[in-house]
Write a protein that binds this ligand. Structure first.
Ligand code: ADP
Length: 399
């Protein structure tokens, strides 16, 4: 069967999805799964279209195998498994963190493009090298297999100068220390659903899309284009997240260095791994766990998450010149009635009203506002893999 492989490769994980060709609107992936714990205990799980586990195995490598080799072993294991399913790959689409200033849309990979993407590694050292490694490996193994890169940053390249510029010395701005924004494939997908869910007029107005998963960000859209977003130079800025603090006083970092002797690695752990829902609750980064906990720290973590999310909506409404609609997506945005309810409560002064019955509906794109709400409110499940598959087929004219 002719198919597309979609890859989202990180340093210790590789998520994948396989779509059959021809690709239809919102077609589910025929297979999906992930390889986790690369570098420690590498586990490979693959599921079919119904979520049935087809494979759950440990990938073994000799003690002391370098991380890069383990990442290669993980990719090889995936390719072997795909071959064993009788899948003929027509192309591979990749989620890539950074397209820099050059790429405002997905691009077919050539050696020149790959070389250019490597120059963006300093802008995203935690992700970019890991996103590019499987592209290079696949190009070597299957030189005629077409590959496409879809960038997290691309959707946000429509932001005006004042939305992307930090008030810092110009020399840093010139080398790329600007507010790039991320989660682009999710916003790209949601922006294409807005007319169908909100109607043409509201969809083209001032819309804030809240992508809330383990990583969380929001974007303000005007006429379906991004005018501002909460993530900045890195995916650490903006909202409180599962384990990231989001925006804090930058001088806290100086305090930690001077008072607690924090190194760069300690600061990185503090910003990315120890803060957010986990740091405040001291219990978990997982929204479901916190919602079902009676601990006061869990309740405080939820309150802070929702308060800060609502404050970001206020800020983005300014950037969008109003607020016609708020759209919730991502694992938390799509599933947490509690979070939607608490966030919208903070927007009551704008005339936003949530319908408690509609708020209970799950698993499909739908509006959740009352008839008299001044702001439309909607839940739209995101589909980043399908978006990448769509761009891959379109760019390569695959049938
Ligand atoms: P990622 O950013 O890793 O893709 P997801 O978009 O899958 O993450 O979101 C994961 C988050 O969604 C977790 O905090 C999880 O608890 C939360 N979540 C998933 N289902 C529910 C639910 N039914 N109620 C509340 N939160 C949920």
């Amino acid at each position: 069967m002719k198919s597309l492989l979609i890859i989202n490769a990180g340093s210790s994980s590789l998520k994948f999805a396989v779509f059959a060709l021809p690709l239809t609107q919102d077609a589910p992936s025929i297979y999906r799964g992930q390889i986790d714990g690369i570098g420690a205990n590498t586990q490979f799980v693959a599921k079919d279209v119904d979520g049935k586990v087809l494979l759950d195995t440990i990938i073994k490598s000799p003690e002391g195998t370098p991380l890069e080799e383990q990442q290669q072993l993980a990719l090889d294991a995936l390719l072997n498994w795909i071959e064993a399913q009788n899948i003929q790959l027509a192309a591979v689409g990749h989620r890539v963190l950074h397209g820099g200033e050059d790429y405002v849309a997905p691009v077919a990979i050539t050696p020149e493009v790959l070389a250019k993407l490597e120059t963006f590694i300093p802008l995203g050292p935690l992700h970019q090298p890991h996103n590019l490694r499987p592209i290079r490996a696949l190009a070597k193994k299957y030189p005629s297999l077409p590959q496409v890169a879809c960038f997290d940053t691309a959707f946000h390249r429509t932001q005006p100068w004042e939305a992307v510029t930090y008030p810092i010395p110009r020399k840093f701005t010139k080398e790329g220390v600007i507010r790039w924004g991320f989660h682009g494939s999710s916003y790209d997908y949601i922006s294409r659903q807005l007319e169908g869910v909100l109607g043409k007029e509201k969809a083209h107005g001032a819309v804030v899309v809240a992508h809330m998963g383990n990583g969380a960000s929001m974007s303000a859209l005007r006429d379906l284009k991004c005018v501002a977003t909460t993530m900045g130079f890195t995916a650490a800025e903006g909202m409180m997240m599962g384990t990231r603090c989001g925006t804090i006083d930058p001088a806290i970092v100086l305090y930690l260095m001077e008072r607690h002797g924090y190194s760069a690695a300690d600061v990185s752990r503090f910003l990315y791994k120890e803060s957010g829902l986990l740091g405040v609750s001291g219990i978990s980064q997982d929204m479901r766990t916190l919602e079902s906990s009676d601990a006061p720290e869990a309740k405080e973590a939820l309150k802070l998450f929702c308060y800060r999310a609502a404050r970001e909506i206020g800020s983005l409404a300014m950037a969008a010149g109003g607020l016609d609609a708020v759209v919730f997506t991502g694992g938390i945005g799509e599933n947490s009635q509690f979070v939607r309810n608490a966030v919208v409560d903070y927007l009551a002064w704008m005339g936003a009203k949530l319908d408690p019955e509609l708020n209970k509906v799950r698993g499909k794109a739908h509006c959740v506002h009352t008839a008299d709400s001044k702001v439309a409110l909607a839940v739209i499940p995101t589909n980043e893999e399908w978006m990448i598959a769509h761009h891959t087929t379109t760019l390569l004219s695959l049938k």
